[in-house]
Design a binder for this molecule. Structure first.
Ligand code: BG6
Ligand code: MG
Length: 213
């Protein structure tokens, strides 16, 4: 049994992927760049802020100053959207699952690439259900690098090989496997290259399912 379960936040514990999409779409519309929901799913899910923008503006010329301004503008749009989030936006059964994990004596942690993870966790009122929180300020190398999962394991003092990672993006599953952890993927199985187990959603999942990974 794992000694720690490390969760990605966006797209796993809550559907902020939709808000990230809406914020990028707003920016794309401002700039007259075509951008669809399908592209978001295929190319931006779990991808960091700068890399997401690089995908959006590919082939177009922008200065570093303009790039910075666009990243800030997208983040402002995103912040407007997450400001209104509430505990009802935690995946159904999410709080119960986290409580069940903790009662079983297993540590819980967050490994999110987002610099807004603290705000989202606060809006969802689940901050206190985690023993450690690693976010977009914690490490330099983003997923698929192992760093953020290794950092999160360190926060809860559990060796990486005793951790289970949970992710909805393939770059995240790669990060988990690169960290030497078991990997539970959330989403359609075609999305992932080397998960240990795939389930369509974390909704109403109990600890037993996580222990079977
Ligand atoms: C990830 C999201 O968790 O964080 C991505 O899945 C997002 O969509 C990335 O781009 C960075 O987030 P932020 O909030 O720092 O721009
Ligand atoms: Mg995610």
């Amino acid at each position: 049994q794992p000694q720690a379960i490390i969760f990605d936040l966006d797209g796993v514990l809550t559907d902020t992927s939709e808000y990230h999409y809406q914020a990028w779409k707003h920016l794309a519309d401002d700039e007259g760049i075509p951008f669809t929901h399908e592209e978001n799913d295929a190319h931006l899910r779990g991808v960091g802020r700068r890399d997401s923008l690089m995908y959006l503006i590919r082939g177009r010329q922008y200065s570093e100053e303009q790039i910075q301004e666009m990243m800030n503008r997208k983040n402002q749009y995103y912040n407007e959207l997450i400001k209104k989030m509430s505990p009802g936006e935690v995946v159904p059964g999410g709080q119960a699952l986290l409580e069940e994990i903790r009662k079983a004596g297993i540590k819980t942690a967050i490994a999110s690439a987002s610099k807004n993870a603290d705000i989202v966790l606060d809006r969802l009122k689940i901050t206190s259900l985690f023993d450690g929180i690693a976010d977009g300020y914690s490490v330099v190398n983003g997923k698929p690098a192992a760093d953020i999962f290794v950092y999160a394991a360190g926060l809860v003092h559990v060796p990486t090989h005793n951790c289970l990672g949970v992710e909805d993006a393939d770059a995240g599953i790669e990060a988990i496997k690169n960290a030497g952890m078991r990997a539970l993927a959330i989403g359609p199985s075609e999305r992932f290259k080397r998960p240990d187990k795939v389930i369509p959603t974390l909704a109403n999942v109990r600890l037993q399912t996580l222990l079977e990974v």
